[in-house]
Write a protein that binds this ligand. Structure first.
Ligand code: ADP
Ligand code: MG
Length: 260
């Protein structure tokens, strides 16, 4: 299959549904993320954010709907096209998920694994070009001078920026970040979200970032998709996500009209 075309929607979620027994984790959720866009997936605990990510990465199989990554229906992919599609998607987690005892650059190089031949990965013999890419990625997130420091000696915010360098080295075109700042102090959280916004704008990467803090979503995201009880409550520009939307999401009202 040919590589996905430039300009195609990075992520299209259509009518997505997922149940766990009697629990409705997602119901009829639709939205899209375009290249260069930072979309916040906002919602309280249990809203279905992680389930949505699991459906997009094929860790969970949806009961209804479909997911297109760069125009390709991921449920239909097998073999080489599936591996190719996996390379397009970078993942960032709440707990950083770095290899603690190795350096920042080796962690960034892990982003090249989907590209390098298996023997190189096994022997940790990455090509000079891969090392250059990893260093450039660390430079991009402001951590060039920490390249040879062990990951577990870095602060939480720095570790999360190494995780961003890893997806840059991977040359991911869609980045899924599941509560990437939930373990960070406010200053580090702003730094990490600012870095994600920068890579979206300047590299044209599509970023979908689960958050539960409305103020951070409003300040850093271009658009907000709000989930509650597995349903999409609203989709709005970050600026339109106001006080009444906040109340609808976190309590009081049960329903809210879509404002855009
Ligand atoms: N593996 C699972 N088995 C059973 N229920 C699950 C499982 N994963 C998630 N759920 C349920 O699905 C709902 C959505 O959970 P989740 O996607 O983790 O929400 P969030 O990430 O927004 O906190 C919750 O009610 C949760 O208990
Ligand atoms: Mg979650």
């Amino acid at each position: 299959m040919a590589a996905a075309e430039a300009g195609v929607t990075a992520l299209l979620v259509e009518g997505l549904g997922k149940r766990y027994g009697a629990t409705v984790a997602l119901e009829d959720v639709s939205f899209s993320v375009e290249p260069g866009e930072f979309v916040a997936l906002l919602g309280p605990s249990g809203a279905g954010k992680s389930t949505l990510f699991r459906c997009v990465t094929r860790l969970a199989k949806p009961d209804a709907g479909r997911v297109l990554v760069l125009g390709r229906d991921i449920a239909a992919l097998r073999g080489a096209p599936l591996r190719e599609s996996r390379r397009d998607v970078g993942l960032i987690f709440q707990q950083f998920n770095l290899i603690g005892r190795v350096s920042a650059i080796d962690n960034a190089l892990a982003g090249r694994m989907g590209h390098a031949p298996t023997w190189r990965v096994a022997l940790r013999r990455f090509a000079a070009a891969d090392r250059q890419l990893a260093l450039a990625a660390l430079d991009r997130v402001g951590l060039l001078e920490k390249a040879y420091q062990r990951a577990d000696s870095l602060s939480g915010g720095q570790q999360q920026r190494v995780a961003i360098a890893r997806v840059l080295a991977q040359r991911a075109r869609l980045v899924l970040a599941d509560e990437p700042v939930a373990s960070l102090d406010p200053q580090s959280a702003e730094n990490v979200l600012g870095t994600l916004r920068t890579i979206a704008r300047e590299e044209g990467i599509a970023v979908l970032c689960a958050l539960h803090q409305v103020d951070l979503a409003r300040r850093f995201a271009d658009r907000v998709v709000a989930l509650r009880g597995g349903r999409r409550l609203m989709e709005a520009s970050a600026a339109a996500f106001d006080e009444s939307a906040f109340r609808a999401l976190y309590g009081v009202a049960d329903r809210l009209e879509t404002t855009s």
